[in-house]
Design a protein around this ligand. Structure first.
Ligand code: GRF
Length: 218
């Protein structure tokens, strides 16, 4: 399955998707293209190092956001992308794009949605004084961080936390959860049912037809 990863910044999530999925020969997931709205995003370097095409698309080249989205759509078609994975991408898609990709467009957000949507999930978590923050992975709908939730993980928020310490704690969970969710999608295990996402059971390890010790010994 070919996926595209969208980035704007450092790309630590992209890196784990490269390491745990793209480079794993036992996993049928290829990052066909990385798309950035920022020329200097370090994530583009990461793509280059992994030999993955990295494309910077400058929003200013387009008369409006619909035209920008249309160019993105053209690139996705060109690379045969099935799933679009947003990983720190800071632009919001317009309605026609979201409708076309609904169900195969996912995002990761560094807060426990529906609390603290928007561009500063970590800062808003801290400012509110909640004791539990976290990460949310969701399908993208026409709102900002409002789509059906696929997976969440909670992390404690400590009194002395600053944005960096809390974000670091959150990212540890992001780096485990995001590859798992992309793999679940590839295995056809995610089903949107209204606002909810059903996660179907995966193949149990036991079904791998492992022979009992006694039968393998000669
Ligand atoms: C992540 O914390 C993600 O939740 C948010 O943007 C951040 C991207 O981090 N949407 P990175 O570029 O993957 O390191």
């Amino acid at each position: 399955m070919k996926i595209a990863v969208f980035v704007s910044g450092s790309g630590t999530n992209l890196q784990v998707l490269i390491d745990k999925l793209h480079l794993d020969k036992n996993v049928d997931i290829e990052i066909a293209v990385v798309i950035s709205d920022r020329k200097k995003a370090y994530a583009l370097e990461r793509a280059k190092k992994a030999g993955i095409p990295g494309i910077y698309i400058n929003v200013k080249r387009f008369p409006n956001r619909e035209a920008f989205d249309a160019e993105i759509d053209r690139v996705l078609e060109e690379y045969g992308v099935e799933l679009v994975v947003l990983a720190g991408y800071m632009k919001v898609f317009q309605t026609p794009f979201v409708r076309k990709y609904y169900g195969r467009l996912i995002n990761i957000h560094p807060a426990l949605l529906p609390s603290f949507p928007g561009t500063d999930g970590v800062g808003d978590t801290l400012k509110y004084g909640v004791k539990v923050g976290g990460v949310t992975i969701h399908f993208v709908d026409e709102g900002v961080d409002t789509g059906p939730i696929i997976a969440q993980a909670a992390v404690p928020v400590f009194y002395d936390d600053d944005k960096e310490s809390l974000h670091t704690r959150i990212q540890k969970h992001e780096h485990t959860l995001y590859p798992e969710v992309v793999k679940m999608y590839q295995e056809g295990r995610l089903e949107i049912v209204g606002r909810k996402v059903r996660i179907k059971a995966g193949k149990p390890e036991s079904r791998k037809a492992r022979k009992p010790e006694s039968q393998t010994k000669t």
